[in-house]
Design a protein around this ligand. Structure first.
Ligand SMILES: [Zn+2]
Length: 274
């Protein structure tokens, strides 16, 4: 018997036995199950809501312990709000990131000190090691990050975060890698966020096909409220609002790795089968 899926979207008919968040909470208390943990790794403040906001808010509602690690403070952004300098924008965006995580109910958040728009030049092994240490310490059940396409805006920082996180997912589970960074941890699922649509007049990514359709209608407003907490990036939201009006009911993810060999199947939740 499989455990209930805390991220299930019961409106989608493909997985009728999945339970919703309320049932999960009751079941979880009844059997005293350890808290489910989800780690999300991003590149910039606003990625956590723009790309993953629905999954994070649904997880919070289901009692899942969530952690977001962000590599940069986003000081190279096009939209600069009232910032007088790049450092000033970085400081503002750190605060906006904290406010957004609060709206999404994120349990732990951390912003690393990598340089925005420079991740392709960062030391690969060192960056992955930072994630290996955090994965072994936090012990997530599920890890979310970008795909190699760089997401909707094909940002190279997103591609690099995908590469760092993918390596760290596998290396955290390997006794041969980073022996000094704590006992190994095998995370049950690695997912890449992907998309079912493109923005017109923008370079299109080459996205992975999705295996998860996550119905985020229940938390859609919170996702956008989190984005509005990024005051310096509000012009971005205005620019793309009509597309999110049309496509904002779901987020799509690709199952990229798990400890169990399996065919790709379509699911409606991020912990299906766990
Ligand atoms: Zn980004």
């Amino acid at each position: 018997m499989s455990l209930p899926d805390p991220f299930s979207s019961p409106e989608f008919p493909t997985q009728p036995l999945l339970l919703g968040p309320d049932q999960y909470a009751k079941t979880s208390q009844a059997v005293d199950k350890p808290r489910f943990r989800l780690l999300c790794v991003v590149a910039h403040p606003d990625d956590e809501c723009f790309a993953f906001g629905g999954a994070l808010a649904l997880a919070a509602d289901a009692g899942v312990e969530t952690s977001v690690i962000c590599f940069t403070d986003g000081q190279a952004a096009t939209n600069r709000g009232t910032a007088a300098s790049s450092e000033d924008l970085g400081r503002m965006r750190r605060e906006e990131f904290v406010a957004s995580c609060k709206v999404l109910g994120v349990t732990h958040h951390e912003l690393l000190d990598y340089q925005d728009a420079q991740l392709e030049f960062a030391g690969f092994s060192q960056a992955a090691a930072k994630l290996v240490e955090r994965i072994r310490r936090f012990k997530p059940d599920v890890v979310l990050t970008f795909g190699g396409d760089g997401s909707m805006n094909t940002h190279p920082d997103h591609t690099m975060v995908s590469a760092f996180t993918t390596a760290a997912y596998h290396w955290a589970a390997s006794p041969k890698r980073f022996k000094d960074l704590g006992p190994i941890h095998v995370t049950q699922r690695l997912y890449y966020v992907t998309t079912s649509f493109f923005f017109p007049d923008r370079p299109a990514p080459l996205p992975a096909p999705w295996t998860v359709t996550l119905d985020i209608r229940a938390v859609r407003k919170r996702k956008f409220d989190a984005f509005r907490a990024h005051t310096s990036q509000v012009p971005l939201m205005a620019k793309f609002e009509s597309f999110f009006e049309k496509h904002g009911d779901a987020e799509h993810y690709t199952l990229a790795a798990s400890p169990t060999p399996q065919p790709a199947t379509q699911t409606t939740g991020l912990s299906a089968g766990l």
